[in-house]
Design a protein around this ligand. Sequence first.
Ligand SMILES: [Zn+2]
Length: 392
Amino acid sequence: MKQKICIPLLKDHHNHPSFYALFNDCLNLQEIKDKQKALQMVQSLDRDRVSVVLGWNTGFYSFSEEELNRFPSVIIVNISLHSFIMNARAETALKEKYPDIVANYKNHSWYESHFARMMIFMADMAEPTEQKVKTLFDSLYEKGVYYAEDMLLTGEKVYSIINASPYRERTAFWADPATFKNLSPGAQKGVKGIKLFTDGALGAGTAALTLPYNDGKKAGLLHTDDELFRQMRETALLGKAVSVHAIGDMAIFQVVRTVLRLRDEGFPFPEVRMEHCQFIDEKTAHEAKEMGIILSMQPNFSVDSTVYRDRLPARYLEQNNPFRMLIDKVGFIPGKDLIFGTDGMPHGITTALQSCLFPPFPQQRLTLDEFIAGYCMPDKSYGQVEIEVEKI
Ligand SMILES: [Zn+2]
């Protein structure tokens, strides 16, 4: 027997509204699983400018050099945002303004160590406007999302637009150190915290895993321990919260030991968050819990256990997003020190709920109560969504 119940709107703790707002109207391949269709769609893009295409999943298809060069000027961005390809036409159009990016973007480790800059480079291809911001937040609302935290502010202009809009209360901003330094004092004050990175992403084969990927390649950490320590110490001195991207087990170990070292040396933060932590193990989870680190995770990425079967050793397929271990064994509490976000992959409450309740592996499953606690607004006063569940 099914019954209908109402739940509060989504509180998406990890998204990129200042990035996605710019690209509302661009081609997104996320739902396009058929390569022929994708080829046609990219082929029919504007011939007068460099277009950005989002949502490309290398688990579905890739493009040959020849196919790429038949397209109009285009940058096709991996769904993870951690790599892109562009054709010769786009390279020619961009190499004067961005010589180092055009020369180096194909080098995965270079890309990862300049990740925030690469996001801002892509953002540069589009102009922020009030209308674009409105379109994004309105479409999020239609998809059942009230709040969408911005994990990488793309610049002062988009900040000013959102800050002066009614959408301000529906987000919080994190900025990478270089962007933060260039912001006006007012915008710096308005930024909640600093975003740092310790590894790349599975989609690009750059998440720092202890075991090599199935093709024999290994992805390393972006920083030495001392470099990360220095970056975090500088952040601590700003008095801002810190949020650290760490997907692979090696990256997670590094974040936890660095936070421990900072604590021992007397550099406190208002808040420490670790983003993604898909391959956290039980011992490290206990240490993170003990240090008060908030885990900010993406149930939507539970599906990586099937989509990335091509590249991930079997052990990792089962270890991805171990929510049951975190909650039942280590005592993380959804909504308190375990929070959830979509990363915009995709936006909306439907996939978010689906991937919590019906993930590929049992250890990834969350109950509806855990979903509401870790992934929804505190109550229904912001709006509600009707869902159908099995009657108990
Ligand atoms: Zn993100």
